[in-house]
Design a protein around this ligand. Structure first.
Ligand code: PMP
Length: 405
């Protein structure tokens, strides 16, 4: 081929990203070997047939032509209503633009906030598409570490130190991969930093329906932040609609007009029949979303119960989202080393913390995405393996204290 751009070749970073494990698990499954798959953030239920009926009905009624590019008015209004209800921030349809999923919203938001070569911050640990999304928008990603010891929440001093010269900061709460929900204090610190350095805040809130402990606060709800915050949302997690590719950006109306221009030259709008299905889905209300989240809430209870009955594996405060971030450092293995042993010996696939940045090294991320019984069994076996590794270490140390130093 002729020479592709530097920009597109740089979307993926260098070296192994830890997803090797995901592909190894897939290989085993292809060979007919039974593997408990806890790697991917996707529900174990399919999109509700009632939502599919709405989609099909809309298509059959002729909604198969070009659809309104920023989103059909009913969908923009439904997202605005949901946003205002959940966050308390006055939100009009003009504050919403519909995108093909949260991922496209992340990309569009980064196109809006800075120019090629500008620095865009994000937090480490992070959802693995973040640095590539930032690079694809022509920006230079730079991380702020949120340490395990600080409950994986970024601290104000670190944000302040990283901010000079940056144009934006991307945060995600409830968080993938850690399951942490940022406290009001963290968000207020973030707001002070954004204000002091004139940063845009891109707040990825795609897990806002999965809150187990405490309360989710939108970065846009912190006083003074609505004018500099772009909230990324999606029906993927809240309505088990990952394949429908229906997401949004919420922010200042004039910013939405700019994103409208970007949509015109990129996707030209989302299929009208899918948007109508989105209107139907949102009309089911908060109880419906609680029902979609319920299996994860139960499995989070299982996780807390099993973790509480042992003292080898620690966990990040598991307040929201469909994951548990488990600290396996006591085993002496890296997250990757532990995940490999778990796959080889127990046929359980989890992702190494190293796949999500440096701050979650020595951890594994467990997606709570199989049925309760299978989940409990897998987690029990994971904890047993950790227990055996620690016991083995202690025995080794007793025999070879000098060599081990
Ligand atoms: N942000 C986070 C933190 C995610 O975990 C995901 C999906 N796993 C997305 C954004 C993108 O979701 P979607 O494009 O399906 O809306």
């Amino acid at each position: 081929m002729a020479t592709p751009s530097h920009r597109i070749r740089r979307i993926t970073g260098d070296g192994s990203d830890g997803w090797d494990l995901f592909y190894r698990a897939k290989d085993l499954i292809r060979q007919g070997i039974q593997v408990t798959e806890l790697t991917i953030g996707e529900h174990d239920v399919k999109t509700d047939p009632a939502i599919l009926d709405a989609m099909y009905g809309a298509a059959r009624q002729g909604n198969t032509g070009y659809a309104s590019i920023p989103g059909i008015p009913e969908l923009r209004a439904a997202v605005a209503e949901r946003t205002q209800r959940l966050t308390g921030v006055p939100t009009a349809p003009e504050n919403v633009i519909i995108t093909p999923g949260g991922q496209a919203a992340l990309f569009s938001a980064h196109q809006l906030v800075a120019d090629p070569g500008d620095r865009a911050l994000h937090i480490d640990p992070y959802y693995p598409t973040y640095p590539g999304t930032i690079r694809a928008a022509g920006l230079v990603p730079s991380t702020v570490v949120a340490r395990a010891e600080a409950g994986f929440e970024p601290v104000e001093d670190d944000l302040m130190a990283a901010a000079p010269g940056a144009r934006s900061i991307l945060v995600n709460s409830p968080n993938n991969p850690t399951g942490v929900i940022y406290s009001e204090r963290t968000l207020q610190g973030l707001a002070r930093v954004a204000d002091a350095h004139d940063l845009w805040v891109i707040s990825d809130e795609v897990y806002d329906s999965q809150v187990w402990d405490g309360r989710h606060i939108s970065a846009r709800a912190i006083p003074g932040m609505a004018d500099r915050t772009l909230v990324v949302g999606s029906l993927s997690k809240s309505h088990a609609m990952t394949g429908s590719r229906l997401g949004w950006v919420v922010g200042p109306a004039d910013a939405m007009d700019l994103l409208w221009d970007l949509s015109t030259v990129s996707n030209y709008g989302i299929p009208g029949f899918i948007q109508e299905a989105g209107v139907f889905a949102l009309a089911q209300g908060p109880q419906y979303e609680a029902g979609i989240a319920a299996p994860f809430r139960r499995r989070r209870e299982i996780t807390q119960r099993l973790l509480g009955a042992q003292n080898v594996v620690r966990a990040a405060p598991q307040r929201g989202a469909m994951y548990a971030m488990l600290d396996v450092r006591a085993t002496g293995l890296s997250g990757e080393g532990f995940a490999v042993r778990l796959l080889d010996e127990e046929r359980i696939a989890v992702l190494p913390g190293e796949s999500f940045g440096t701050a979650s090294a020595g951890h594994v991320r467990v997606a709570m995405t199989v049925d309760d019984a299978a989940y409990e069994d897998a987690l029990r076996r994971l904890l047993d393996l950790a227990g055996r590794l620690v016991a083995g270490r202690a025995q080794g140390a007793a025999h070879f204290p000098a060599e081990l130093g």
